[in-house]
Design a protein around this ligand. Structure first.
Ligand code: HEM
Length: 529
């Protein structure tokens, strides 16, 4: 076998074969024999070429899938096909499996769509990579063409100077104390509209059995409509909601998205060749039209509004380098981040609280002891805040943080160099459920946040460093306001279809930690006390 393949390859190109053929060509009055020789020759050539091609593929694959081993880093060897197969497992669990497989090392390598990716486990190293060594890891993995793709050139994907400029300008609109006070008023308006919607839905039977995730998504969509664009959305109206339909397209993955992602990951230049978009065209169109309508209405009405969109429009008017695409993309992202992350967190927080009567009683005691709504000091809601923190630990909405190495980086204390362009994954879902850092990690125990501060690098629901989530204060405020409103005014209990903890599944292929098939619960107006 050892000599068979090389001799076959040689025979394809060797003079001997050519000489034989020219001798035989002299026998021109023997057509059948000539044909036979021709067929044999072309079969030999094809087989030879196929073998060469196979050898090249095998060589290339072996080289690619031993990248980490060759660089002195422990690696996970998934079956080759798994690199390209459709992900049937939620990404949180895929990375958790890698995290566990690399349990003896501070970092290790794996392969995603054939590309080497570094998974970092050590909290101290993670902390440093996100903060002290930020200049080596300033950006996330970029698969999209932020120049051409309407909804992709937003903060999450932008890099370098373009990212810095936009972040500096839009972050104050949801972080400074005065802005947070304004936002509080808008969130309250949204909650009031929701109360009418919920009471209407509970009418008749007096109780409502509902997919709590869908209910929370309607509420948070309505609120982000007010805070981001000062518009009431149709999410709290009966019947079809255009906003919810668009969100379904965005959050529920399908085959088209899978193939698009695969092409993008395996061969990024295909982005440009086929002009691949990050999202369904209908999503792009929806947000392009929404921004254009709002811009026109504000120009003709002469009315600048106090919201996220106005901030982006002001930025575009003041700086010619800020394009319409940047405005649409960032508006799209704030809108999406603003509804989905908060709806998911609320769903799991209530799921845990209603399944644990002690937690529910403690929450209610704290909320009932507070003053009337207008005067609630959310800072003082220590137990409610601990429930939110514990929810974000057990169910980290973003299961991982991503970075890309921008210049060769030698990991301190080792001789391992992370090469420029290598992707880095920080598996926060797995870290948040590691018993080394969190005793009884599957237990929902808010008290752990009242007892001690988490160790640095072990609790990262909002990321860290200069790329940290700028919306975390706004998110906390909204979560606290919605939780106090619901706990104060409604009884929420599990129903027959509420999944047991062991039955709870996350949506496979989703970017965020969506519950699969929603979480049904029963909700009823609380009797006046
Ligand atoms: C429970 C709610 C939320 C969670 C758990 C969350 C989590 C995260 C995480 C983990 C990141 C990546 C951080 C990193 O790479 O270090 C991120 C980025 C981001 N988030 Fe949030 N987020 C939430 C709500 C929001 C809200 C309400 C907004 C705005 C309205 C928002 C806006 C952003 C933006 C703009 C980025 C990109 C920041 C950048 O790259 O400069 N997030 N978020």
């Amino acid at each position: 076998m050892k000599t068979f393949i090389p001799s076959l390859i040689l025979s394809v190109f060797s003079n001997a074969t050519i000489e034989n053929i020219s001798t035989l060509r002299a026998v021109e009055n023997m057509p059948d024999f000539h044909d036979w020789i021709h067929v044999t020759y072309s079969t030999q050539t094809s087989v030879g070429l196929m073998i060469i091609a196979c050898l090249c593929i095998i060589g290339f694959t072996l080289k690619r899938f031993t990248y980490w081993r060759r660089h002195g880093v422990a690696q996970i060897n998934p079956p080759f096909w798994q690199n390209f197969s459709r992900k049937e497992k939620p990404i949180a669990l895929v990375y958790e499996a890698h995290y566990k497989a690399l349990s003896n090392v501070p970092f290790g390598g794996f392969y995603e769509h054939g590309k080497p990716v570094l998974l970092v486990r050590d909290p101290a190293l993670i902390q440093k990579m996100l903060t002290t060594y930020f200049s080596y890891f300033p950006d996330r993995r970029a698969f999209l063409n932020t120049e051409k793709d309407s909804c992709s050139s937003h903060l999450l994907n932008l890099t370098g100077e373009r990212w810095r400029k936009i972040r500096k300008k839009i972050v104050p609109s949801f972080r400074t104390p005065s802005k947070l006070t304004d936002l509080k008023v808008k969130i309250k308006t949204g909650i009031e509209a929701f109360e009418l919607y919920l009471n209407r839905a509970c009418e008749g039977k007096g109780t409502l059995e509902v997919d709590f995730h869908d209910l929370m998504a309607r509420l948070t969509t309505h609120i982000i409509g007010l805070t981001a664009a000062s518009i009431p959305t149709d999410a709290l109206m009966d019947g079809e909601s255009s906003f919810r339909n668009i969100q379904e397209l965005l959050c529920v993955p399908n085959w088209r998205m899978y193939w698009r992602d695969l092409f993008r990951h395996v061969c990024p230049p295909l982005n440009d060749v086929f002009n691949l978009k990050g999202h369904d065209k209908r999503i792009d169109l929806f947000f392009i039209q929404l921004v254009a309508q709002q811009e026109e209405a504000r120009r003709t009405g002469g009315l600048a509004k106090d919201d996220f969109l106005q901030n982006l429009l002001d930025l575009k008017n003041a700086d010619p380098s800020v394009s319409e695409t940047i405005v649409v993309a960032n508006f799209f992202f704030l809108f999406t981040a603003g509804f989905s992350t908060i709806a998911i967190t609320l769903t799991y927080a209530f799921y845990e609280a209603v399944n644990n009567i002690e937690i529910w009683i403690k929450l209610r005691r704290e909320v009932d002891s507070m003053q009337q709504d207008e005067k609630i000091d959310y800072e003082k809601l220590t137990y409610t805040t601990a429930v939110i923190q514990e929810t974000l630990r057990k169910y980290s909405v973003f299961p991982s943080l991503q970075r890309q190495c921008s210049q060769d980086f030698e990991i301190p204390g080792t001789s391992v160099v992370i090469k420029k362009g290598v992707d880095v994954i920080i598996p926060i879902y797995a870290i948040h459920r590691d018993r080394m850092h969190w005793p009884d990690p599957d237990l929902f125990r808010p008290e752990r946040f009242l007892e001690r501060q988490p160790k640095s690098g072990t609790y990262l629901p909002f990321g860290d460093g200069s790329r940290m989530c700028p919306g975390y204060k706004y998110a906390f405020l909204e979560l606290q306001m919605i939780m106090t409103f619901l706990i104060k005014n409604y009884d929420i209990v599990p129903c027959e279809t509420t999944p047991l903890p062991k039955e709870l599944r996350f949506l496979a292929r989703g970017v965020l930690l969506h519950p699969e098939n929603g979480i049904f619960m029963r909700i009823k107006r609380r009797r006046k006390i």
